[in-house]
Design a binder for this molecule. Structure first.
Ligand code: SAM
Length: 234
């Protein structure tokens, strides 16, 4: 998988790949990370990349010209590149998107800044647009990293133990059951006694019940989806 981050601030992103799981994935040649800075494509003599909004309004908007040229260049170099724009006014990114995108060969994440990107760029180049939640960030870099990180876990070989993917939250709309680490007793707090008895079928049943409780409490709409799916499969 190749990731290309289209951003005015590559420094904000680079550090994330210098440690832990994604660093190892790069070392194993499972991932390759590239950067494109729209400023390098600006035809303005001061390399400006923003301007006031046509029709008025507060703040600056990212110009079309540098992004048009940068993305056109990217498409010409790889016609299969899947271009994703990060914007708060899109559908929310979910786990199924992470699994689907993990099958692509090259994804470009376009990060907005200022008050956003000239809409014509999005209209022309977006294969997909994502929001990471109902709040406004100062730029798309964190949002791009969130999507990139979540989908990287679903690329074969990236996680040391891919079994962990199967029981993770959202896999079947349920949230994962609470997990505990050793020691069994810490600061007079114990783990659920059933977890200690070694009966794996009972532990599985308890974990399932706890998953349901947790989902009902935190994400009732996911529990409805889970139950609908189960009754559909019967
Ligand atoms: N004026 C825009 C609006 O109200 O919808 C917000 C622009 S925001 C300050 C600048 C950039 O941050 C956006 O172009 C987008 O790339 C990114 N961004 C901010 N919040 C985001 C979110 N919730 N999800 C994805 N991207 C986001």
């Amino acid at each position: 998988m190749t990731y290309t981050f289209v951003t005015l601030f590559p420094n904000l992103i680079e550090g994330y790949f210098k440690d832990s799981i994604l660093k190892r994935a790069i070392e194993k040649d499972l991932l390759q990370v590239k950067y494109v800075n729209p400023r390098d494509y600006s035809k303005n003599k001061h390399f400006k990349v923003d301007d006031t909004a046509v029709g008025g309004g507060a703040g600056m908007v990212m110009n079309s010209q540098p992004l048009f040229d940068a993305l056109n260049d990217l498409r010409q170099k790889d016609e299969n590149v899947h271009i994703v724009f990060m914007t708060p006014v899109a559908k929310p990114f979910v786990q199924n998107d992470a699994k689907r995108l993990a099958k692509k060969s090259h994804i470009a994440f376009v990060s907005g800044r200022y008050e956003g990107i000239d809409e014509r760029v999005i209209e022309k180049y977006a294969d997909e647009v994502f929001s990471i939640g109902d709040y406004i960030l100062t730029g798309g870099e964190l949002a791009s990293l969130v999507v990139c990180d979540a989908l990287s876990r679903n690329i074969d070989g990236v996680l040391g133990n891919s079994d962990s993917l199967e029981v993770e939250s959202f896999e079947s709309h349920l949230l994962e059951a609470p997990a505990f680490s050793k020691p069994k007793l810490y600061e007079s707090l114990s783990v659920p006694s059933e977890y200690l008895k070694g009966n794996h079928s009972k532990i599985r049943s308890l974990k399932y019940a706890l998953s349901e409780c947790k989902t009902k409490f935190f994400r009732p709409e996911q529990l409805i989806k889970h139950r609908t799916r189960i009754s559909y499969e019967k």
